[in-house]
Design a protein around this ligand. Sequence first.
Ligand code: 3PG
Length: 315
Amino acid sequence: INIDLPDQQARKETAQTLKISIYFATWWALNVVFNIYNKKVLNVFPFPWLTSTLSLATGSLMMLISWAVGIAEAPKTDLDFWKTLFPVAVAHSIGHVAATVSMANVAVSFTHIIKSGEPAFSVLVSRFLLGETFPTSVYLSLLPIIGGCALAAVTEINFNMIGFMGAMISNLAFVFRNIFSKKGMKGKSVSGMNYYACLSMLSLLILIPFAIAVEGPQAWAAGWKTALAQIGPNFVWWVAAQSIFYHLYNQVSYMSLDQISPLTFSIGNTMKRISVIVSSIIIFRTPIQPVNCLGAAIAVLGTFLYSQGNKGNKK
Ligand code: 3PG
């Protein structure tokens, strides 16, 4: 038996690595498809508050149906759970709508280059608001992250302030979402998939009144007519695809968060941005300059250095 043990252990580890690789590949692929359809929709229907709301509504509906027909087991929640979820949902709504507003105003690649600066926001918030300290190597990694994002931003051909600020606000909101999520998931029996389902539903309720106030049904109806006339019935499928894929990629990302450390998660998220940046540049034929690419590459490299420097910090 003893002779077999290392073998069994190795087999277990291989199975776990395979499982996480499948999660990651699925997460990135779903995210690339979401980003492409989201931008295709926004190009002809520039209403990011509505498309954000539709993504959350579709995800909520998919999960309610899954619970009703028994594909997934509904979680047992109490008032305390929803109270703890509330700040997470506020941050999720803000981060989601801000990223979508950004993508409505600039190239998808530009939004994601700025969003690759999220670890810098994480360190600054943790340091100055929560009083956490980090190894010097982590602080040093902020230089290429911030410098690379800044270089990419100032050399962006189609720079737009709303697009830039949207991605920055999204970074800040998602840092808070992740901090509150970690607290909310700790010690709870709700699975990653169901936690994200509840998060979608609460975020949807928060977002609806704001979406109506900012854009409103009249503008939506007029815009929808124009988009349908321009694209034809396929437009409806684009909207459906962006909504469904938004839910699926987030669901898989929360399911993988269940299995891996936050550090591995953040490395996965950065690698995801590389695939989105590259594929969206190819598909939308985004004009880019070499110095712009250099900025993006420095920022992404900074995130890898950040992950290396932050290895000891598994909180
Ligand atoms: C959104 O619309 O919520 C963003 O595209 C999400 O950004 P993420 O890549 O950080 O999930």
